[in-house]
Design a protein around this ligand. Structure first.
Ligand SMILES: [Zn+2]
Length: 193
């Protein structure tokens, strides 16, 4: 049996990159998970609908990716607002949450627990956020991948419009092919939790 791995894309949707990623996932019959910012969902609702229609998971990544709100832990309203926007656009009420920069203060952890959210972090950092070239992104993932790994990738940048994610898009076809060759199958995070 091949091991399952979970590719996750944060900070989108962000066009044209999110649509390009969806095209690649479709071509290679891979499933993934998208941690979207509420603000970006308002920019590109159709893309979020497509994510859900094509069998990928959707998760909450707060509304505005605000550094001050994340570091102080005042994310309650941002989380609620984003869950509402996702539900309005897709009909899906997600209980997956990933905090901006993966920073979960104790206060946020207890809020998530009380409201039945699952805190989803990652064990493989692709470093695509650090302007790494496609080949490096792929290598970082392949070097450390193991069954059940959750891989951090980005289709956007902190809810900003039209941030360049070309290197992530370029890395993806070869990455998925090599994961398959190693016996891994890319799945929607619903299959992990
Ligand atoms: Zn983020």
């Amino acid at each position: 049996m091949p091991g399952k791995v979970f590719l996750t894309f944060d900070d989108g949707p962000n066009e044209p990159y999110t649509s390009q990623i969806l095209d690649i996932l479709k071509e290679f019959e891979a499933k993934a998970s998208f941690f979207v910012c509420g603000k970006s969902v308002e920019y590109f609702p159709d893309v979020v609908q497509r994510i859900v229609n094509e069998g990928h998971a959707i998760g909450n990544h707060a509304y505005s990716h605000s550094m001050i709100l994340t570091f102080t832990g005042f994310l309650k309203r941002e989380i609620e607002k984003t869950t509402e926007i996702i539900q309005k656009v897709t009909g899906v009420r997600t209980n997956f949450f990933r905090p901006p920069w993966g920073i979960a203060t104790p206060w946020i952890k207890s809020y998530l627990k009380a409201n039945n959210y699952k805190l989803i972090l990652w064990d493989i950092n692709s470093y695509d956020w650090a302007k790494a070239p496609a080949r490096f992104i792929e290598e970082m993932v392949l070097k450390k991948i193991k069954p059940d790994s959750v891989v951090l990738l980005h289709d956007g940048k902190e809810a900003k419009l039209h941030s360049n994610r070309l290197q992530t898009v370029l890395a993806l076809p070869s990455l998925i092919k090599n994961l398959k060759r190693k016996g891994f199958i890319c799945k929607n995070i619903n299959e992990k939790y």
